[in-house]
Design a protein around this ligand. Structure first.
Ligand SMILES: O=P(O)(O)O[C@H]1[C@H](OP(=O)(O)O)[C@@H](OP(=O)(O)O)[C@H](O)[C@@H](O)[C@H]1OP(=O)(O)O
Length: 472
């Protein structure tokens, strides 16, 4: 220490010390700038992006390491537990806006560019320099980020469940892929499979997939849902009322003020289009777009609620048929669990170890609702926004791009057969199941809990237009 002190006492020592000090300061600045830059890249309102949100905002630890996993979440009750079946129902990855939304974006941008409307504010000046690059042909197609979303998810799931999603099981034909026919889902399926074949350098075998819209797009085939909800404006009357209500009117006025445009020009749809431009510029291009400057946190929470209100009444607890339209997927899931449990009981190889099903937010939300997840004590309505700020039914937390609902069946030996649900790689507790202590209840207890659905929930009966109660 004395020698070191003496060294720095010398003229050369001072030069060395100042050099080391300046290196340290530069490194701190670079680190701070990089961190700041990273933070600056993330819109402050990104946690309110509903189904237009990135997966990384639901699991922020992935921003530092996209392949990070936390096996401690799995918590099997004992070391005897081994996985015997895994079903993963996954929403496609990041996509372009739909044609419907692109039209609204174009309409908004044309108003911003029209010098004969209102006057120019500094933000409007910036937005007139922004190039409208979305075209209707994009129409919801998967983007490169969406390919990466599914590849990274596939790799994380092999790390979380190495005995299930494995080269041996893939080569053994024990992993099955089912997808919606939509381009974004098919390409998400191909991305998930490509991650596995690339990781294991499998070039000699092609692994197929099944297109099954009856399962993955059941909402289109449930006649009663289509007639009574999807095509029935009165089924979402609360959404319409909220869109015309005081909270949204204020958001639209603030957007108009920011743009120097008369508020009469900024309808709900154009306000939503501005919000979507912010979400897509971030999700697709990782840009904190000037469009995001049109909203503060309060505005974003209001627009988030409007979207949740729509999903609640169209895909969630608002109408019973919303969840009953997913009966076909529910029975498909539980019949596969029953088959795996039986094969395991007979000491046979489980013929379908892993099932990967790729669909939409509209696939997952009704199923989660049918199972009772994320249910609030009070319905979301057009008049209780203020009291619903802590609601469970919040698609920004549930349903980002690449959202995934997993059901993992375990054989725990003397601990019995157990079933663990996970959403977005985090464990869920089956709602209303008595033994809340374990995150992994007995499979039989889960079946007892859902026995009414298992014995009923008949898709044909539920979805026929004149729904005659089953007992007749
Ligand atoms: O508001 P858009 O047109 O984006 O709505 C899409 C759905 O997107 P989401 O509301 O879930 O963000 C899209 O669901 P996705 O999971 O496939 O992205 C759905 O397939 C599409 O038909 C649009 O739903 P809509 O209810 O028909 O507007």
């Amino acid at each position: 220490m004395l020698l070191l002190f003496e060294t720095f006492q010398s003229p050369n020592g001072y030069i060395m010390l100042s050099f080391l000090l300046s290196c340290f300061i530069i490194l701190c600045c670079v680190h701070h700038h990089v961190t700041l830059k990273d933070e600056e890249a993330i819109p402050l309102i990104s946690k309110y992006f509903n189904t237009k949100g990135r997966y990384e905002e639901v699991n922020p630890y992935l921003r530092q390491d996209i392949l990070a996993v936390n096996r401690s979440f799995l918590q099997p009750p004992s070391s005897q537990c081994r996985e015997i079946h895994l079903t993963a129902i996954i929403r496609h990855g990041t996509r372009y806006p739909t044609a419907k939304n692109i039209k609204e974006m174009q309409q908004l941008h044309n108003i911003v560019l029209n010098n004969s409307i209102g006057e120019h504010t500094w933000l409007r000046e910036i937005l007139t320099q922004w190039t409208m690059w979305y075209i209707e042909d994009m129409d919801g197609r998967l983007v490169q980020k969406g390919v990466e979303d599914l590849k990274h998810l596939a790799i994380r799931l092999t790390r979380l469940f190495p005995s299930m999603i494995s080269e041996e099981k893939l080569r053994g034909g024990l992993i099955r892929f089912i997808t919606s026919s939509k381009d974004r889902c098919v390409n998400s399926t191909l991305s998930f499979k490509a991650a596995l074949t690339e990781m294991w350098a499998i070039r000699d075998v092609e692994f197929g997939y099944e297109v099954n819209d009856a399962l993955m797009r059941f909402f289109e085939q449930c006649t009663r849902f289509v007639q009574e909800v999807d095509k029935n404006q009165s089924a979402v009357i609360d959404v319409q009322k909220f869109k015309q209500g005081p909270e949204m009117m204020r958001v639209q006025e603030k957007i108009a003020e920011h743009l120097g445009i008369p508020s009469s020009f900024i309808t709900y749809d154009l306000a939503e289009a501005a919000f979507f431009l912010c979400t897509y510029e971030f999700a697709v291009k990782a840009i904190n777009s000037p469009w995001c400057q049109l909203f503060d946190e309060d505005d974003a929470k209001i627009i988030e609620y409007a979207s949740d209100l729509r999903e609640f009444w169209k895909r969630g607890y608002g109408h019973d048929i919303n969840s009953k339209s997913s009966c076909i997927l529910f029975h498909d899931l539980f019949s596969r669990l029953a088959k795996a449990a039986n094969e395991n009981k007979l000491r046979q190889q489980v013929s379908e170890a892993v099932t990967v099903q790729i669909g939409h937010a509209d696939t997952l939300l009704p199923l989660l609702t049918l199972l009772g997840f994320f249910k609030d004590t009070v319905s979301l309505t057009s008049t209780n926004y203020a009291s619903q700020t802590q609601r469970s039914f919040r698609t920004s937390h549930m349903m980002p791009y690449a959202a995934n609902f997993l059901l993992v069946l375990y054989d725990c030996g003397e601990g019995g057969i157990r079933l663990q649900p996970l959403l977005n790689e985090k464990p869920l507790i089956f709602p209303g199941l008595t033994d809340q202590q374990v995150s992994m209840p007995l499979y039989e207890d889960v079946r007892k809990h859902y026995r009414d659905l298992l014995n009923g929930c008949d898709f044909e009966a539920e979805c026929q237009l004149f729904n005659i109660p089953a007992e007749f």
